[in-house]
Ligand binder design. Structure first.
Ligand SMILES: [Zn+2]
Length: 334
């Protein structure tokens, strides 16, 4: 049985013949290396990411993890058409027990994380922060379309590991993902200013002949000693693709002075790389006073009455921290 595909393949737009050397933030850059049958996307996030993470004032480790999840969601969700929606969420037993990234096509991003500050320790990587549980990816292409959900177990690994597991098991498309998040300090008139930046790359091997897409398993399994392991010879083009993406440094993915086009050229120039038009991204929550009011109206009268504090009802949007205030009568409290 073939699982429904979340359609992460790339549309063949008109390629840009003369790529801009100027770095563009908050965008996804689709690309193709035709000679190796590789397709991919490169995400660069600056002010949009900073806006999402700064509104919550997360501890650095939590901000970094949520940043990685945001980059991953942009790499996977940016091919959705029209009013499609891609939601990535994790539910786990680690210090960060829940995180959600909501990407609404064509360009809107919002996200938040829940964490237990008492369980944060220095040096925890994303795997340690998440712990065990699962990662769910939901694609909603509108009311007339069926929803698709993909699930991956999280077992102490990173989000990159989870993405590889997902593509190996569910999509069976040879895929490599790189995610990087960094904090930048820049001097200014009123002292150094802190900002978040992130970048990521998705690389996929999509040969016309399906037998070329064979993949080595992520885990060699626990065969008894002396048993000859069945080894899979990967296609030379995919071996080369993987070795190229493995050379990408975190600093290259987040460097504000290195354009996406230059980074792609640096990696693939010997094979020829075609870069397509960038897809812009922005941090924008979809909450509104009307939507919060409708949510309040759906509560039982007793629950609404319990929400009254100091003579008013206050509701905070978990995504963007906007606070909506209602009088008891506006909130439907008798
Ligand atoms: Zn909001």
């Amino acid at each position: 049985m073939t699982p429904p595909s979340p359609d992460i393949k790339i549309a063949t737009d008109t390629p840009i013949r003369a790529p801009s050397p100027v770095p563009v933030d908050d965008a996804v850059l689709p690309f193709e290396v035709a000679s190796l049958d590789l397709r991919g996307r490169l995400t660069r996030l600056g002010p949009g990411l900073d806006d999402i993470l700064t509104k919550h004032d997360y501890p650095p480790a939590v901000g970094k993890l949520l940043g990685e999840a945001i980059v991953l969601a942009t790499l996977l969700g940016s091919s959705l058409k029209f009013d499609g929606r891609f939601i990535l969420q994790t539910q786990t037993d680690g210090p960060v027990s829940f995180l959600i990234v909501d990407f609404q096509a064509p360009d809107r991003l919002r996200a938040y994380a829940r964490f237990d500050a008492g369980r944060l320790k220095p040096g925890q990587d994303s795997g340690a922060l998440l712990g065990h549980g699962h990662l769910a990816m939901t694609i909603d292409q509108g009311p007339d379309m069926s929803r698709y959900q993909g699930l991956v177990a999280l077992e102490g690994g990173t989000l990159e590991d989870a993405a590889h597991e997902y593509f190996l098991r569910s999509e069976q498309i040879p895929t490599k993902v790189r995610l990087a998040v960094g904090e930048e300090w820049r001097g200014g008139g009123d002292g150094p200013r802190h900002t978040w930046r992130a970048g990521g790359m998705l690389l996929q091997f999509l040969p016309k002949a399906p037998e070329r897409a064979r993949q080595a398993d992520l885990h060699p399994g626990d065969a008894p000693d002396g048993v000859v392991q069945h080894t899979v010879e990967e296609d030379d083009a995919w071996v080369e693709g993987q070795s190229l993406i493995a050379t990408v440094e975190d600093v290259e993915l987040i460097d504000p002075d290195l354009s996406g086009e230059r980074l792609l050229y640096r990696l693939f120039h010997e094979r020829g790389v075609r870069v397509f038009a960038p897809l812009p991204l922005r941090a924008k929550c979809s909450c509104s006073r009307d939507a919060v009011s409708a949510m309040l109206a759906s509560f039982a009268p007793g629950d609404r009455a319990e929400m009254v504090q100091d003579g008013k009802v206050e509701v905070t949007c978990e995504f963007c921290s906007s606070v909506y205030e209602f009088t008891p009568s506006e909130a439907g409290v008798e």
